[in-house]
Design a protein around this ligand. Structure first.
Ligand SMILES: [Mn+2]
Length: 301
């Protein structure tokens, strides 16, 4: 595998698992700090394109792994996915559905819609959400059409029902009653039980994995967002099982932490409203979690 560490925000370059792999020639650091502020949270098209043009082209040397930094950059996954030249299923671990409709459209909360528009993306399967975005469609929107056509499959970790109102109607895999969508959830499921739900949804040979570590609990990741409850050992076991059944075309990982220093008043306000005010007490957990994830990928890819 080829590991590219995208340095947008300084959240990765100090970490031992990254430094050691760079020193040993097993990883490259790509310096994007000049674009870090412009791309954070959301990006104008011009800045997004500047990023996309500087991404190294796929070179056919096996699976690619990208580390991206804060989850505030998850929309860059859309630029990375644009480089994929084969049909893929995107397996998306996240505490948030990232399916909102936003302006500008290159937003960390809306990139799933961009991915769903790509002809080579056969399906997006999102696992692990617990965030309010699922239950408050008034705030975050809900891509019901994608759920109904199964372009998007949602396997939440734990979430109360979502009011649908006039938009009530069947949603495959979940129950709709009393004008509400009652999600079939994964909470407490073992990796084999999760695979029993996930495997039938993957109809391509190739899989792309995008992992936002805010899907993990606070003991296993320190992020810029509210976090979920999927255990790391479950995430690891699901990735290992996926790699035994499919060709993992590539992986991108975000959900590291860095303090945001927005100058744009819209970004500043949005961060204030949507993100936890307190920074994590310690970031050391990100080193141990990243070490586990990278050594897993080095073993199974
Ligand atoms: Mn995300």
């Amino acid at each position: 595998m080829r590991l590219s560490v995208l340095d947008l925000d300084g959240s990765l370059t100090w970490q031992a698992p990254v430094r050691r792999r760079v020193a040993e020639g097993r990883a490259e650091i790509l310096d994007f700090r000049d674009l870090g502020r412009a791309l954070r949270l959301w990006a104008w098209e011009r800045d997004f394109d500047r990023f996309a043009r500087r991404l190294p082209a796929a070179s056919g040397e096996g699976p690619r792994v990208f580390m991206v930094g804060s989850g505030d950059y998850h929309h860059l996954t859309a630029a990375i996915l644009e480089t994929v030249r084969v049909p893929v299923t995107v397996v998306h671990f996240d505490n948030h559905p990232d399916w909102a409709w936003t302006f500008p459209r290159r937003h960390c909360g809306s990139w799933v819609n961009e991915a769903l528009g790509m002809p080579r993306v056969a399906r997006v399967v999102t696992l692990g959400c617990c965030s309010e975005d699922l239950t408050r469609p008034d705030r975050a929107g809900i891509n019901l059409l994608a759920l109904r056509t199964k372009r998007l499959v949602m396997l939440p970790w734990q979430t109360p029902p979502t009011p649908l109102g006039k938009r009530a109607g069947p949603v495959p895999g979940h129950a709709v009653a009393d004008d509400r969508l009652h999600w079939t959830t994964l909470a407490g499921a073992t990796a084999p039980e999760i695979m029993a739900r996930l495997a039938p949804e993957i109809e391509t040979d190739a899989v792309w994995i995008t992992l936002d570590k805010d899907v993990l609990g606070q003991g296993e990741a320190a992020t810029n967002w509210d976090q979920g409850g999927m255990p790391l050992d479950t995430v690891e076991a699901v990735i290992g099982d996926l790699a035994s059944r499919h060709r993992i075309h590539g992986v991108d990982i975000c959900g590291d932490f860095s303090a945001a220093r927005h100058r744009n008043p819209m970004k500043w306000t949005e961060a204030l409203l949507d993100q936890p005010r307190q920074p994590p007490a310690s970031l050391a957990v990100n080193e141990s979690t990243n070490e586990r994830l990278l050594s897993l990928l080095e073993r199974v890819l």
